[in-house]
Design a protein around this ligand. Structure first.
Ligand code: ADP
Ligand code: MG
Length: 259
């Protein structure tokens, strides 16, 4: 698995307006990397993810996925690459509300040549991998937010994609559930899955091994997580707050003891 992006530009045209969403991005991602993409709203994260996921094409520049030049492909070839190589997870889950978890996960296999029973078995295995083997017959509205996102992760994994892409997968979840989802990503990464995740939460990004920061459509910085200056500062501040929390005097420790 390799992603090679060079001099990537994306320009949106809205009426007579032009928006330069990506302005010359270079990025190389190798097999089994776990990358967090960060940056403020409007910095181009989703635009980059949609191109990485072959949901959209660049205006200029190159994107080679496993050596195949996707920037030269037509819609049919691109959708084939998407089905074979990409698992995509969205902030809003994008599940079919009237279908069971199992049927949702089976959906991508309709387009492949797997037979029904084979597809069912693979979908069940994917749900098992995300810890939902006891919820296969539940519909999305019978599941918690975190469980819904795990169904979406299982659906993304069912075709055994070479890369798992997630655009703010914890954006609709509370912090405890977010931790669960990112812990699941960490497990998948330990099992060998290559992962690129967009987040604007520093603690979520801390689970990745590498942080790429975008600003105004360009790469601002690209560091291993432990070497990222912004992330180090975040950790230092969090550690300080933890010690201050411990240092707050309790009623028992105050002079004179409790009243
Ligand atoms: P992010 O995900 O970092 O918030 P986006 O990639 O969604 O940023 O957007 C980058 C820029 O491109 C923004 O200025 C946004 O308004 C613009 N943009 C995104 N998608 C479209 C689109 N489909 N048409 C026009 N402009 C767009
Ligand atoms: Mg976005």
């Amino acid at each position: 698995m390799t992603i090679r992006i060079s001099e990537l530009w994306k320009i949106y045209r809205v009426g007579t307006e032009k928006v330069q969403a990506l302005r010359g991005v270079d990025l190389h991602i190798r097999a089994n990397e776990f990358v967090a993409i960060m940056g403020s709203s409007g910095s181009g994260k989703s635009t980059l993810m949609n191109i990485l996921g072959c949901l959209d094409q660049p205006t200029a520049g190159k994107y080679e996925l496993n050596g195949r030049p996707t920037h030269k492909m037509g819609a049919a070839a691109l959708s084939r690459v998407r089905n074979e190589e990409i698992g995509f997870v969205f902030q809003s889950f994008e599940l079919l509300n009237r279908a069971s978890a199992l049927d949702n996960v089976m959906l991508p296999l309709i387009y492949s040549r797997t037979n029904f029973w084979g597809a069912k078995k693979r979908a069940a295995e994917a749900l098992d991998r995300v810890g939902l083997s006891n919820r296969m017959d539940h519909r999305p509205n019978q599941l918690s937010g975190g469980q819904r996102q795990r169904v979406a992760v299982a659906r993304a994994l069912v075709n055994k994609p070479s890369i798992l892409l997630a655009d703010e997968p914890t954006g609709n979840l509370d912090s405890k559930t977010s931790e669960e989802i990112i812990a699941l990503f960490q497990k998948l990464h330990d099992e060998g899955q290559t992962i690129v995740v967009v987040t604007h939460e520093e603690d979520i990004a801390g689970h990745a091994r590498r942080i790429v920061r975008l600003r105004d459509g360009r790469i601002l910085s690209d560091h291993p997580t432990e070497a990222d200056p912004v992330h180090r500062e975040f950790l230092a501040r969090a550690a300080l707050m933890a010690t201050e929390a411990v240092a707050v005097p309790t009623a028992d420790s105050l002079p004179g003891g409790p009243p």
